[in-house]
Design a protein around this ligand. Structure first.
Ligand code: WTA
Length: 625
């Protein structure tokens, strides 16, 4: 099972802080948190002038680069004695050994010492126009109280606390409180079902859960506490559930539940970083919570949806909250583009300086619209490539570099300390430009993942075994004549729906639980708004006589209920059999080509057990469309 932030307490206490350096140096771009604040000379990197030279040094002499950045930008309670001890060929990743720091101290206390009144969080609540602001001082107080509360209830260093909450200040304080007391946090996206939540709680072996009575999103109430109650039926390890109140509606409390209070807030001016990701995903971790707070920025917590109450919501928010950097997902941009320019033009966007995109490839039309309409043609658009495993942005244009051109729809340039390579199918490094291959990293960097919680072998098998000596990202990429990178998409059985990653196996598991289903195969296909959609092939057991439409509805319901709505198939194709290799493996590569209607690209079918199966699948697909 995949834990979006399955991390050990050590990881929380140190690596998150380190990964936020990358965010500091990059997206915050031109505001108070800009790269100029990291002065190479002050960090002992004398003689390095210009971004390009600094990036060069960050790869050629990565050890002194990261040591200088770590010493200069973070507060350590015990200084590290060894900068790094990494060996990609064995999947061994160790940074800053001997060093100790607390990420919540780095995100809060040091700013409270200098500017306690600066706004840390702006909570853009679902109800438009009812935003709330929290200063660094208030956030520290809230975090300390929560940390003490958790401690009083027996949560200790090394425990893992599951946070099942919408994006709100209390969720941020809960994350920071865990980090403060040395507990790991396992933030589960609040859109996940009871089953998906239960699986993640069991995997993390959590004994404590923090949730809210109800969530509100897009004007609809979601019963988060009830979902937790259902999950509890299969989570015997959980001893206590803290319940905060997001709405006024009371919920049934059991002996296990503990009610939490809410705290004071006030208004102050400040720079505003508007990343609209949910905290249940990595972008929310690195660019809503840890990155901005570690750098003393004001960060927006967006609770709503881009079209609630209307498609002007983001830009109305930009005007009201005076957002300087806006960071969102292509899926939302594509959706808003369809509603027309008038929803954007209605609002004053003059505070905007940089527009960011993350989570999936951004197509040229969406990029152009974002740049021309949202950014009035004056704000650089940064297409940032990274992933949960990398901790922070790895490939992105550098708009603050005066000489750096920006090409639409391309992540373009490796970031500080990042050394990407492309591999061919034989595992050889492709050295020329104008070529495509599997995207790998040739060098470690501090923010990268160090393990998979409770499954180090899987970490090695997934990321280091495919290309020995390199970190494999699972993505394919193209390198242009000029040496710029463009991400082409996933190469493995992970799909990306509206910027949300999901393993196809997880969806197949649910579909296969239906008593009428013999087997299934799920693949992604190009979807004009969601980036990728879910396409399921289903083979029924012999002798089953059901209406396909009824069964499709049932399967969709099962996937929504057991995983999340976004994972529910857009298409379900019933087939007599699936194309398989002679050794019995489903040929998903062939299915992917069929659903993309790329029959020319079916490739080598010589290992196929029964070629007639492919013909049947093609005919079935054409009928379904
Ligand atoms: C995809 C989200 C193209 C990619 C930060 C990656 C992108 C996966 C981009 C990670 C981009 C992310 N262009 N594809 N700018 N950014 N991706 O772990 O496939 O939720 O491997 O982290 O999203 O998704 P994750």
């Amino acid at each position: 099972m995949w834990l979006p932030c399955g991390c050990t307490s050590k990881y929380v206490a140190s690596s998150f802080a380190r990964r936020t350096l990358a965010s500091y140096l990059h997206v915050s771009g031109r505001s108070r948190c800009n790269v100029a604040a990291f002065m190479p000379e002050a960090a002992g990197l004398e003689g390095v002038s210009g971004r390009a030279a600094l990036r060069e040094l960050s790869v050629s002499n990565s050890e002194s680069f990261w040591a200088a950045v770590a010493r200069h930008r973070l507060c350590w309670s015990t200084p590290f004695h060894t900068v790094q001890d990494c060996d990609l060929s064995r999947g061994k990743i160790k940074w800053f050994e001997g060093g100790k720091l607390n990420v919540s101290v780095n995100c809060l206390d040091r700013h409270v010492h200098t500017c306690p009144e600066r706004v840390a969080l702006i909570w853009e609540r679902d109800e438009r126009g009812s935003e709330m602001k929290y200063t660094y001082g208030e956030l520290l107080e809230m975090t300390c109280r929560l940390g003490n509360l958790l401690r009083r209830h027996g949560v200790k260093r090394g425990d893992c606390v599951t946070i099942y909450m919408p994006t709100c200040p209390l969720a941020v304080a809960s994350m920071l409180a865990c980090a403060r007391i040395g507990a790991a946090h396992n933030v589960v996206f609040a859109g996940f079902s009871a089953d998906a939540l239960a699986e993640r709680i069991r995997d993390a072996q959590s004994s404590t859960v923090i949730t809210v009575n109800q969530g509100v999103r897009g004007g609809k109430v979601t019963e988060l506490k009830k979902t937790v109650d259902t999950a509890m039926q299969s989570c015997p390890t959980v001893k206590q559930v803290f319940v905060a109140m997001r709405t006024d509606n009371p919920v049934t409390m059991t002996a296990r539940d503990i009610a939490m209070e809410e705290y004071v807030f006030s208004y102050h001016d400040g720079d505003v970083f508007g990343c609209v990701a949910d905290i249940g995903w990595i972008t929310g971790h690195s660019y809503v919570v840890y990155g901005p707070l570690a750098n003393g920025a004001t960060t927006v917590l967006f609770e709503s949806t881009p079209i609630y109450p209307d498609p002007g919501r983001y830009w109305d928010m930009v005007e009201r909250l005076k957002i300087n950097q806006f960071y969102g997902a292509p899926t939302a941009i594509r959706l808003l583009l369809k509603y027309g320019d008038q929803w954007v033009n209605k609002y004053d966007r003059s505070t905007l300086k940089t527009l960011g995109s993350v989570g999936e490839p951004i197509n040229t039309e969406a990029w152009e619209w974002y740049h021309r309409v949202v950014g009035d043609g004056r704000c650089p658009v940064v297409d940032t490539w990274w992933q949960t495993e990398t901790g922070g942005i790895c490939i992105a244009p550098r708009p603050s570099d005066p000489d750096a051109e920006i090409v639409p729809g391309m992540a373009m340039r490796p970031f500080f300390g990042i050394n990407p390579v492309l591999m061919d199918t034989e595992g050889e490094v492709l050295t020329s430009n104008n070529t495509s291959g599997a995207l790998c990293m040739a060098q470690p960097w501090p923010g990268m993942a160090r393990t998979i919680h409770n499954n180090h072998q899987r970490f090695i098998d997934t990321y280091f075994q495919p290309y020995p000596g390199y970190f494999f990202t699972g993505d394919g990429a193209y390198r242009s004549e000029e040496g710029y990178y463009q991400i082409t998409g996933r190469l493995d059985d992970v799909i990306n729906v509206s910027g949300h990653r999901i393993g196809t196996a997880e969806i197949e598991d649910v579909v296969n639980q239906c008593p009428a289903v013999a087997e299934s195969a799920v693949v992604g296909y190009t979807h004009s708004i969601k980036g990728q959609g879910v396409y399921a092939f289903v083979v029924l057991k012999k002798g089953i006589d059901v209406q396909e439409a009824d069964l499709s509805r049932q399967l969709n319901g099962m996937v929504s209920e057991k995983i999340a709505k976004y994972a529910s198939p857009d298409f379900i194709q019933f087939a007599k059999r699936l194309p398989k290799t002679r050794s019995g493996k489903i040929m998903r590569r062939v299915l992917r080509k069929v659903v993309e209607s790329d029959l020319e690209g079916l490739g080598d079918l010589s290992t196929l057990d029964d070629p007639a199966a492919v013909q049947e699948i093609i005919q079935g697909h054409e009928k379904l469309l």
